[in-house]
Design a protein around this ligand. Structure first.
Ligand code: BT5
Length: 346
């Protein structure tokens, strides 16, 4: 988006402005203002000429200018109808020295998950990568993954979808637990045999379709660090927004499926960026917000960590994003990375 167009839309976001006042404010001719207004109309914007000046009546459903219009967050938006991976594009921008950019796409053709896994990105999604340069040590990076998960979850809940967070990086939509006979009153007195029981219909997808929920969103955080400081950090967020079930892997769901109608992707993305922006400026608030929306806490979990498998009850999350797991022998393990599976309660 050109600077003139951005300035024009910023001015109109506050209410009607007359052509001459716009021209003066933008430092361009009245003809140039008129040309920009015409170009916006051609792209689907409703802009009326009233006695008070130009007034925006309609904003396109999705797109860079649409997301930036009225946005209360410190991000410029770079929009793509289709792209390989928004994380890859954000990396390019990082190398060029940019910051505080949200790369957003409607479709991703080569989306990436963690650990060389892929991310299916049909049209109708919200695929975004937020490029930041936080002044924090590299060890604090995980708090931004948690912040992204909180931001998506809040936006989903406001859109009427009962989303919850599975540590560390998934947003799931809850559904009723299958009826499980509770052994001996249901106290968690670890019978390892039960832990391998799984409902194969919903948790076979390498992190997708976990028990108790279908995967609505995945987050891939990448960063480059200097010795004591993050050089850049990219929070890559893939949200199944207006996507039908047959375009998604098994165990996945979308906002449209859950709502029974499409979601306003512009409003959703704005809410996501605004919440993330608030959280990143106050990292200490992230953990409480995360706990509030967590599906993992209180669950019996199995975490596949680089150092081996840990099974127990997820009791808390600690800064900057480690999961505390109480194992059956009463030890508390602090898990900083790994794939987490929610186990059937015993
Ligand atoms: C993730 O990895 O969940 C992180 C996904 C991050 C995607 C975003 S989109 C914007 C940005 N640009 C990128 O290129 N990436 C980021 P992981 O926990 O490894 O889960 C990956 C697994 O989720 C796959 O192996 C599939 O089983 C499943 N999966 C793939 N696509 C899915 C989808 N659209 N919905 C739900 N599950 C999916």
């Amino acid at each position: 988006m050109t600077d003139t167009r951005r300035a024009l839309l910023d001015a109109l976001a506050a209410g009607p402005v007359a052509g001459p006042a716009l021209a003066e404010r933008l430092g361009v001719s009245r003809a140039a203002v008129w040309k920009q207004v015409e170009a916006l109309r051609e792209e689907g914007w409703g802009i009326e000429s009233t006695d008070d000046g130009y007034r925006v009546t309609d904003v396109p459903e999705f797109g860079g200018a649409a997301i930036e219009f009225g946005l209360d967050a410190g991000f410029a938006v770079e929009f793509h109808d289709s792209i390989g991976s928004t994380n890859e594009r954000a990396r390019e921008l990082a190398t060029e020295g940019h910051e505080d950019v949200a790369v957003v796409a409607d479709e991703q053709t080569a989306g990436r998950g963690r650990l060389d896994r892929g991310w299916t990105g049909p049209p109708g999604g919200i695929y975004t990568s937020l490029l930041l340069r936080p002044d924090v040590p590299p060890a604090h990076a995980p708090i931004y993954t948690l912040a992204a998960a909180v931001a998506v979850t809040r936006a989903a809940r406001e859109a009427g979808v009962d989303a919850r967070i599975k540590w560390p990086n998934d947003v799931l939509v809850s559904r009723a637990e299958p009826e499980v006979p509770l052994a001996g009153g249901g106290e968690a007195a670890g019978d390892p045999a039960n832990e391998s029981q799984s409902d194969s219909s919903d948790d076979v997808l390498g992190g997708s379709g976990e028990r108790g929920g279908k995967k609505l969103c995945g987050i891939l955080t990448e960063m480059e660090g200097e010795a004591d400081r993050v050089a850049w950090l990219i929070a890559g967020i893939g949200i199944n927004a207006n996507v039908a079930a047959d375009s998604l892997p098994e165990g996945a769901t979308s906002l449209q499926i859950e709502r029974g109608e499409p979601v306003d992707r512009r409003a959703f993305t704005q809410r996501l960026l605004e919440t993330f922006d608030d959280l990143r400026s106050d990292p200490d608030s992230v953990l409480d917000a995360w706990r509030e929306h967590a599906a993992t806490l209180g669950q019996r979990v199995r975490v596949d960590t680089p150092g081996g498998e840990i099974v127990g009850e997820a009791v808390d999350v600690t800064f900057p994003g480690a999961l505390l797991v109480e194992t059956d022998d009463g030890e508390r393990e602090r898990v900083t990375a790994g794939d987490c599976e929610h186990l059937r309660p015993i």
